[in-house]
Write a protein that binds this ligand. Structure first.
Ligand code: COA
Length: 202
């Protein structure tokens, strides 16, 4: 059990996912409970605001994440879009969309991200809960696995790692991470995310 972990709570609400909350002693808010559920039309402004605020902290971000999410949704490529809600407020969001690997359009590979947690709610397990709930959803959809571009120091805790032969233009090998969710191994090849990710690409 991690230092400072004071409780773990599974919560169901409607279509919401059972989530594992890891409240850290130094950052917990007494009585605050969180659920994770599919995005609703009324969540879109909050998703945009959270994503914008979270990525404003990331120097290497080109601040295109809000446009990417909106474009994914408009194109019908937002396969899974989950929000974390605490006391009626959306405090985090994660998106998943189809990817192709090596020109294979098998729809059972998904790209993870963007992932964002409202800055004042970071480092309390919200991001981890969103990732785990999203991976659970992908597994239920019959996904072979998930690929994302991110920091291995964060994503390795969920089982993501880099794979030799898995490539993506302009992405360092150590930041292209994948996780198999079924019985099929992560295969080698070039990863192509949905066209929405081309927004702002040079
Ligand atoms: C990354 C992010 C989603 C994590 O959400 P979170 O709710 O703060 O994360 P959790 O509480 O589940 O996990 C916190 C842990 O992740 C680590 N962590 C957070 N961001 C990290 C990062 N970019 N790289 C490495 N580790 C990171 C923290 O150090 C902490 O580690 P610890 O458990 O050893 O103390 C959130 O910080 C965020 O929105 N960042 C800005 C947007 C972003 O970078 N998105 C991800 C792009 S790949």
């Amino acid at each position: 059990m991690a230092d400072g972990l004071i409780s773990r709570v599974f919560i169901f609400e409607g279509d919401a996912y059972p989530i594992l909350l890891e409240w850290r002693l130094s950052q917990s808010i007494a009585g605050a409970l969180m659920i994770i559920r599919d995005e609703q039309p009324t969540d879109l402004d909050a998703i945009r605001a959270i994503t914008s605020a979270a990525f404003a902290q990331v120097p290497q971000s080109r601040q295109t994440e809000v446009a990417v999410i909106d474009s994914l949704r408009a194109a019908g490529d937002l396969a899974v879009s989950l929000v974390a809600v605490e006391e009626g407020e959306v405090i985090g969001h994660i998106a998943f969309s189809p990817v192709s690997i090596d020109h294979d359009d098998d729809p059972r590979w998904y790209g993870g991200g963007p992932l964002a947690v409202r800055p004042d709610r970071q480092r309390r397990g919200v991001g981890s809960s969103l990732v785990r709930a999203g991976l659970q959803r992908l597994a239920e959809l019959g996904a072979h696995g998930c690929v994302l571009v991110g920091d291995p120091a964060y994503y390795q805790r969920f089982g993501f790692r880099s794979y030799p032969g898995l490539t993506m233009p302009n992405v360092p090998a150590q930041n292209l991470l994948a996780l198999a969710l079924g019985t099929v191994d992560v295969k080698a090849g070039n990863v192509k995310f949905a066209p929405a990710f081309d927004v702002g690409a040079s």
